[in-house]
Design a protein around this ligand. Structure first.
Ligand code: CS2
Ligand code: MN
Length: 355
């Protein structure tokens, strides 16, 4: 298992590699070329430039999160095949740069969705939160505006201004895309990239839906164990894997994370481990990674991962904003560093207890 943290890259992340490299047990990062638009080719030089920056600090790139999938590929229209061709060229270059894991998502329009990016807790730290009543009443365009206002001036992944400036057209473009069509488009994409992934030993790790149910009438197809098993069977090839994101799948308390781990055994190259707290069936908020701070049992999850033979990459996912830090919401240094150390501690205890 390799413990990593996400680093948004130069110019996009107030957290530095110099800070990350001082987290004990951290040997690398998950990163991306944040300025690239979905559908563009990533040149080998650009990837090697990012790699050189990370390696100059004694760290390694253990994966890319993300090479985003264009809406044309998700909808299955217009430039789909051109964008898939470009994606294949990008995968070739990522493979040539000796990087072998990509986290991506197939959520229509929005990536993870929250209604509050800085809900104040009793300890005066802040967390991201979700309230279904608000989602049921807010216009998506207003949600976009409020997310941008709460984002501390940072670009939120999946909420890129360029893409969401065309929000009305996007919803129009997806109007005939139901779950089945979205799923078939995902299979089409995964089959098209199978050869290049085999050639360069690249594992694609699809990120689950967050929250794990359809929102604004948009279909979502990576919500639970059945969805995941169906996808892994539909393209039963080594490159087709999942990102086990406990905080995304965990938004639905009916999702048994340990059961999902066992159902996807051997097909989990990447895991986002984070905790959350259910306030009601229609309201949840994020939490510190420590089990007792939220509603999830992080020991049980890490044990299930270990016992499933997991040998992939882990990163602590969204943390609280603590100690007055201002950073990309969910991606402050301090609480993710605390999370990385806690998760490493759990892992060490599980491994030594097995010995
Ligand atoms: C991330 C996702 O911040 C997060 O919740 O886990 O945005 C993830 O990076 C994307 O869905 C992957 O494409
Ligand atoms: Mn995640």
């Amino acid at each position: 298992m390799e413990m990593t943290l996400r680093w948004y890259g130069p110019g996009f992340d107030p957290v530095s590699l110099d800070q990350l490299r001082q987290i004990p047990g951290l040997h690398g990062v998950i990163t991306s070329l944040m300025a690239k638009q979905p559908g563009e080719i990533w040149a080998l030089e650009e990837i090697n430039g990012l790699k050189a920056e990370v390696e100059a600090k004694g760290l390694k790139i253990f994966g890319i999160e993300s090479v985003n999938i264009s809406d044309d590929i998700k909808i299955g229209n217009g430039k789909r095949d051109e964008h898939i061709e470009n994606y294949i060229k990008t995968l070739e270059n990522i493979g040539k740069a000796d990087i072998h894991m990509i986290c991506y998502n197939f959520m229509p329009v929005f990536d993870w969705t929250r209604t509050d990016l800085a809900r104040v807790r009793k300890d005066n730290s802040t967390v991201m939160a979700y309230n279904q009543d608000l989602i049921d009443t807010i216009d998506p365009a207003d949600l976009r505006g409020s997310m941008e206002k709460m984002a501390n001036g940072f670009t939120l992944v999946g909420w890129e201004p360029e893409r969401l400036a065309k929000l009305k057209e996007l919803f129009e473009a997806y109007k005939d895309v139901d779950q089945e069509k979205l799923f078939n488009n995902l299979v089409y994409f995964l089959e098209a990239i199978a050869d290049v992934c085999a050639k360069y030993d690249i594992k694609m790790a699809i990120h689950p839906d967050d929250p794990a149910w359809p929102i604004f009438g948009l279909p979502r197809i990576v919500k639970n164990k059945d969805d995941i098993v169906k996808l892994l069977k539909a393209v039963d090839k080594p490159h087709n894997g999942i990102t086990l994101c406990t905080g995304s799948l965990g938004t639905n308390p009916n999702n048994d994370i340990c059961e999902i781990i066992n159902a996807a055994k051997g097909r989990i190259p990447f895991a986002h481990i984070r905790n959350l707290k259910y306030n009601s069936p229609r309201d949840f908020e994020e939490a510190a990674h420590l089990s007792a701070d939220g509603s999830m049992d992080m020991y049980k999850i890490m044990k299930a991962l270990h016992d499933s033979g997991f040998d992939g990459v882990i990163r602590p996912d969204h943390g609280r904003m603590i100690w007055g830090e201002v950073a990309v919401p969910g991606y402050g240094l301090y609480d993710r560093a605390l999370g990385a150390c806690y998760l490493n501690g759990l892992w060490e205890a599980i491994c030594k207890n097995e010995a």
